[in-house]
Design a protein around this ligand. Structure first.
Ligand code: NAD
Ligand code: ZN
Ligand code: ZN
Length: 345
């Protein structure tokens, strides 16, 4: 079968033919219908040797939807032909976090040689993907594959980040979303669907602000020198109750810290490598709370799928054949993707 594999750090992935896997034990083989291309794939491709615990080579792709094709003799809870989305974070399977469907916070995360499908283990940028157990699958019914695949990371990560802030997002509050790409446009919709908070969006691209608008944001503005002032005014003067940063550079972290009101919450999702200095006293508002949410839980993935099935959220996608992955990757690098790029084998 065809697969897009990372064979050397810092080099573009290569399309190669590999053996189609055979499921053993509790494993499930899934025929891939669609796989999302995440900005994290670029961070992985560009990683310096030794920066990530993964062993090369492996097949990329951690946002995967498809249909089960074959089952190992011990696989249960799933039948051949089921349409599913992959729960991408694969933990050790033994710790209490994994037992509760919280593989994203597996206790052994640092000692495993992977973080999940397409992240150190063979993922879904291929015709088929081998899943260790049916506990990593969530049914999607007749949800189109290009909709379902991005839910497993862009949707789930955004949902998990919003869930961590929900207690602070009552009526009359303001949330700022920085970076309205694959994750950010779903975060705007999830905020809209699950909280009464006013949503303000920031991006460096006009096209992304148009997407924020279509996603239900109350207001969008370009990242400029006066953005903090513009956002503060739009919040009613007090500042933001919460900021979701899907970029994570020093510039966006400083904007976030600068517009939070006392008791405000900052969730940093983007892996932009920026820095923010914590000191007391200092510039951060009193009561400031910071979180670094990573991916999401299996029960949350089922909730995100239900939101999509109800029509409350919709992924904007641009589809590419798997053979055009280099073009899709190039466009994502240049900031030319609207919503999520999805590869179809
Ligand atoms: P994306 O490229 O689709 O979207 C990023 C958006 O940010 C784009 O619209 C871009 O124009 C905008 N942007 C870039 N620089 C900006 C700036 N200085 N100010 C304002 N906006 C700016 O990326 P994505 O796939 O949505 O991923 C977003 C980030 O989240 C990436 O860093 C990715 O690695 C990370 N991520 C983290 C997790 C997690 O679990 N924490 C999961 C998935 C992705
Ligand atoms: Zn991702
Ligand atoms: Zn575990």
């Amino acid at each position: 079968m065809r697969a897009l594999r990372l064979t050397a750090w810092g080099e573009p992935p290569t399309q190669t033919e590999v053996e189609q896997p055979v499921p053993h034990g509790a494993e499930v083989l899934v025929r891939v219908e669609a796989t999302g291309l995440c900005h994290s794939d670029l961070h992985v491709i560009d990683a310096a040797p030794g920066a990530l615990p993964y062993r090369l080579p492996f097949t990329l792709g951690h946002e995967v939807a498809g249909r089960t094709l074959a089952l190992g003799p011990d696989a249960d809870g799933v039948a051949v032909g089921d349409r599913v989305v992959l729960y991408g974070p694969w933990g050790c399977g033994d710790c209490d976090r994994c037992a509760a469907g919280r593989d994203n916070y597996c206790d052994r995360r640092d000692t495993l040689a992977w973080h999940g499908a397409g992240l150190g283990r063979d993922g879904g940028m291929a015709e088929c993907v081998l899943v260790p157990s049916a506990r990593h699958l969530v049914p999607i019914g007749d949800l189109p594959a290009d909709q379902a695949a991005p839910l497993s990371d862009a949707g789930l990560t955004s949902y998990h980040a919003v869930a961590g802030l929900r207690h602070a997002l009552e009526e009359g509050t303001t949330t700022v979303v920085i970076g309205v790409g694959g994750l950010g446009h779903l975060a705007v919709q999830i905020l809209r669907a699950t909280t009464p908070s006013r949503v303000l969006a920031v991006d460096v691209r006009e096209e992304a602000l148009a997407l924020a608008d279509r996603s239900g944001a109350d207001f969008g503005t370009l990242m400029r020198a006066d953005t903090a002032g513009v956002l503060r005014k739009r919040s009613g003067g007090a500042g933001a109750d919460a900021v979701l940063d899907f970029v994570g550079t020093t510039q966006t972290l400083e904007l976030a810290a600068g517009i939070l009101r006392p008791g405000g919450e900052l969730a940093v999702v983007g892996s932009g490598g920026g820095r923010l200095t914590v000191s007391k006293p200092g510039v951060l508002p009193p009561g400031f709370r910071l979180s670094l949410p990573f991916w999401g839980t299996r029960p949350e993935l089922a909730e995100v799928v239900a939101l999509a099935q109800s029509g409350a959220i919709h992924v904007e996608t641009e589809q590419f054949p798997l053979s055009a992955a280099p073009e899709a990757i190039g466009r994502l690098r240049r900031g030319r993707v609207r919503g999520r790029a999805v590869l179809v084998p």
